[in-house]
Design a binder for this molecule. Sequence first.
Ligand SMILES: *Cc1c(COP(=O)(O)O)cnc(C)c1O
Length: 395
Amino acid sequence: MNKQLATSLSELEESGSKRVLRPLSSRQGPEVSVGDVRLQNFSSNDYLGLATEPFLAEAAITAIAQYGTGAGASRLISGTLAPHSELEFELARWKQSEAALAFSSGYATALGVLGALAGAGDIVILDKLCHACIIDGARLSGATLRIFPHNNLDRLESHLRWARNKHPRGRIIIATESVFSMDGDCAPIREIIELKERYGAWLLLDEAHAVGVHGENGAGLSDAKGLSDRIEIHMGTLSKALGCAGGYVCGSQTLVEWLTNKARSFMFSTAPPPAQAAVGAAAVRWMGTEAAAQRRHLLWSNIRHFHMCANLSHQPQSAIVPLIVGENEAALSASEALQTASSAGDLGFWVPAIRYPTVPKGTARLRVTLSAAHSQKAIESLGCALQRISLNQST
Ligand SMILES: *Cc1c(COP(=O)(O)O)cnc(C)c1O
């Protein structure tokens, strides 16, 4: 076994696509340590700086004191504790939906939901740049898959037309993201909703990178556009802007009842630790506060500031900024250069190289993510460092 795997690993290494863990020796934050090297961190999805927020840590400590560390069983056996119900209540209120269901992760959510809603004979239509969990969930469901080029409404419509002809009464589900995780751009949600209504399809919208960032209470891009109630299946995660962990679905009471009965990643997995659910509930409740609105405002001013410092001409759409360089090696060496790009006294930068299979071949990139926790000065020095290493961007 080891010999065969080692051969395959060296092939990965040769093509610049081998991955290694880089453990932090500090906590998550705008500055992190790797070994004894301090770096300014532009790689996390902790958009509001909540991952180390004291009031959330306090919520975890209180919940551990009250409920201990383990849920002990799956949700359907005896693992549903007060924090799980409270989290689902807060989620439904926040997203203004009838009901919500919490999962242990966003990944588990996509797998469970698509498997519960689609099967052989159904059709799932995906954007080409959808996150791996949506692709995996769709594949695992056994449904027929159709992929449309990124945000291409004409191709989406031709898939819908094909699907409707083939299965006049069949189930068709469109799955896409509101903010794309590796490109940071947004889906044309309104147009997609109009199409799915015309063809009688359902829409699953993954707002993993939009919640906390878009919408009046950080309820996401569908909320910001006033389109929430036209979407059947809202999904997202608490692991990014909400600073904790766990996935969710929001939708009708009937949808949640169905998922409770059929989503295998929900049914056959131990309930998340009660402290995780308690922190999630506290983070969701916080989203509606004035403090959250201020933090979101700060995030957006950091995003705009970075676009200015890095001389980017397009309008920012999210906290994610891809700088596409093309080949794996080019992305890796740019990322390494940034780690040592500090001018006198400054720290280097941690900006990850994102490669295939996370993004399509030939579109390797640096992925800069902004946070409300970044200082203006850190953003300015990253802007300068990017100019110093003069990226040859391919788009
Ligand atoms: C991160 C991510 C997920 C997975 O969420 P986790 O809670 O980290 O498992 C799902 N969808 C998208 C678009 C993501 O970026």
